[in-house]
Design a protein around this ligand. Structure first.
Ligand code: MG
Length: 318
């Protein structure tokens, strides 16, 4: 197998330094095939179509599995690639950066103080401030693209809600990861909308079914590699429905920070490369509003996180 040989980066200019470090990695449909893509501004580079890159290395999970080898090689490829190898970003269809994760998305519940407070006001059985992280999962089959439709079937649920969340992608796996080393196990960061069927969550007592409806995990538009986000606990995040701001917070308000979450999850369970962690949502969700608000066909939901990007999904009747 051939692949692009990394030979170090050119740090002579600020621009080169930034291009060397920054990588936005996406998965896209191009000519009816799923491809790995590197995104810069309005352009995309498809490594498998580039001279010197092995065409067999064409998926996000392959890159994550051998990130020590492939990330430097991708950076080199970006720097060396001729302009005519880049395609217009509009000419590809971005799908979920990891279209089919190997296991469920691990999610934090009640991980922002203000969200605990708004929930407390609404519920009869009020949740207390969690002493330990509250963890549930979303099914692999709920994965959805950054600009894809969110199907809503009112015969199944008429209480679909939004939740903007910082997504953490694990790079190097491990068990018993210590807090101090935890962020070194992160591959990168992304934006997740933890779409939630509140009626199902309540009716079935456990979160799983209400969090796992088809299409209820829009993610993307890409994964920003860890080195581009020096402090993941200082990112503004916002959700909007039909242009109206619903959630507006910062990851500094998380009750359990990312390092603590990784330490907790890995204490007795092995985290694997490509695992996805949705780190919880701030206040401003629909079901605690007066009157409550739920997603309706035609609504456009946007979730945006500073330094990463925006996902935008239209709700459609299923
Ligand atoms: Mg959530």
């Amino acid at each position: 197998m051939i692949w692009f040989q990394a030979s170090g980066c050119d740090y002579n200019t600020r621009l080169n330094h930034r291009r060397c470090l920054a990588l936005k990695l996406a998965t896209c449909m191009y000519n009816s095939e799923l491809r790995l893509a590197v995104v810069q501004a309005d352009s995309a580079l498809l490594p498998a179509t580039c001279p010197g890159w092995s065409p067999e290395v064409d998926s996000m999970l392959q890159v994550i599995d051998r990130c020590d080898q492939y990330l430097p090689a991708l950076r080199e490829l970006v720097q060396q690639s001729a302009p005519d190898l880049w395609v217009e970003l509009d000419s590809v269809e971005l799908v979920s950066p990891i279209p089919r994760p190997r296991q469920n998305v691990m999610c934090l519940g009640w991980n922002y103080m203000d969200h605990v407070e708004e929930t407390t006001r609404k519920m009869v059985e009020a949740p207390k401030l969690p002493k330990y992280p509250v963890v549930f999962t979303k099914a692999v089959s709920s994965m959805n693209g950054p600009y894809a439709d969110i199907p809503v079937n009112h015969a199944v649920s008429d209480k679909m809600d939004w939740e903007v969340e910082l997504g953490v992608i694990i790079g190097r796996g491990g068990q018993g990861i210590r807090r101090e080393q935890a962020l070194q196990h992160v591959f990168g960061y992304t934006v997740i909308n933890d779409v939630s069927a509140r009626d199902l969550q309540k009716r079935h007592r456990q979160f799983f079914l209400g969090k796992s409806l088809s299409g209820s995990c829009p993610m993307g538009p890409w994964i920003v590699t860890r080195d581009e986000i020096p402090d993941p606990q200082a990112l503004d995040l916002e959700s909007r429905v039909n242009g109206q701001v619903k959630q507006d917070s910062n990851t500094r308000h998380q009750i359990f920070d990312i390092a603590t979450v990784i330490e907790t999850l890995s204490r007795g369970m092995r985290l694997e490369p490509g695992d996805i962690i949705a780190t919880g949502t701030p206040s401003g969700v629909g079901y605690v509003r007066t009157p409550p608000e739920y997603l309706q066909p035609g609504d456009v939901v946007e979730c945006e996180i500073e330094s990463i990007g925006t996902i935008r999904n239209t709700v459609t009747a299923a």
